[in-house]
Write a protein that binds this ligand. Structure first.
Ligand code: HEM
Length: 151
């Protein structure tokens, strides 16, 4: 379901961060990898992955607010391709989503009001719930991480 109010607030935050010229991925990945240092070796190309993970997370959050139909298939695919990087529990995805919003808020500066924060956090909760659903659906479709044998 789209939320035009959230989408407008979120767009304003993205514009504020773009105007400030701040690339949030640096502090975001510094904090994420400080929290999960054992994941560091999975990033073969941290520069490329940090750009893509940050951009994609922001796009998905904005897409959720805008009620975009591509969000669910993208999240479902993302969760299954990420199995290549290890067994990632939902809590780690939660942390990445929360840290992305934290760093966006920090970069937005005075443009980050209570209303802007609430819009991002609301869509963040929706994304975390969607990731949990995708993890559960893949677990039941592919127990043990492998494709089910044909009947
Ligand atoms: C909202 C959550 C996330 C999004 C949208 C996201 C998105 C992406 C994207 C677009 C890529 C580029 C390649 C690909 O499509 O596989 C990627 C790579 C990667 N992601 Fe994520 N990701 C998320 C969460 C996580 C989490 C929680 C981890 C935990 C460690 C993680 C680990 C990785 C790794 C290891 C790579 C490959 C890096 C490399 O080859 O250098 N991602 N991610």
């Amino acid at each position: 379901m789209s939320d035009d109010g959230d989408a407008a607030l979120m767009e304003a935050s993205l514009m504020a961060v773009a105007d400030a010229g701040i690339d949030i991925r640096h502090l975001l990945f510094e904090r994420f990898l400080a929290a999960y240092p054992e994941r560091r070796p999975a990033f073969l190309n941290l520069d490329a992955a940090s750009r893509r993970m940050t951009d994609e997370t922001l796009q998905i959050l904005f897409g959720l607010a805008a009620g975009e139909g591509w969000v669910w298939p993208l999240v479902a695919e993302l969760v299954v391709t990420h199995r290549n990087y290890g067994a990632l529990p939902a809590d780690e995805y939660d942390a990445f989503v929360d840290l992305t919003i934290d760093e966006l808020g920090r970069a937005a500066g005075t443009a980050w009001t209570v209303a802007h924060a609430a819009a991002w956090r609301r869509q963040g909760e929706a994304l975390k719930a969607m990731i949990r659903r995708a993890l559960a659906e893949w677990r039941s479709a592919m127990p043990g991480g492998a494709a089910a044998a044909p009947a």
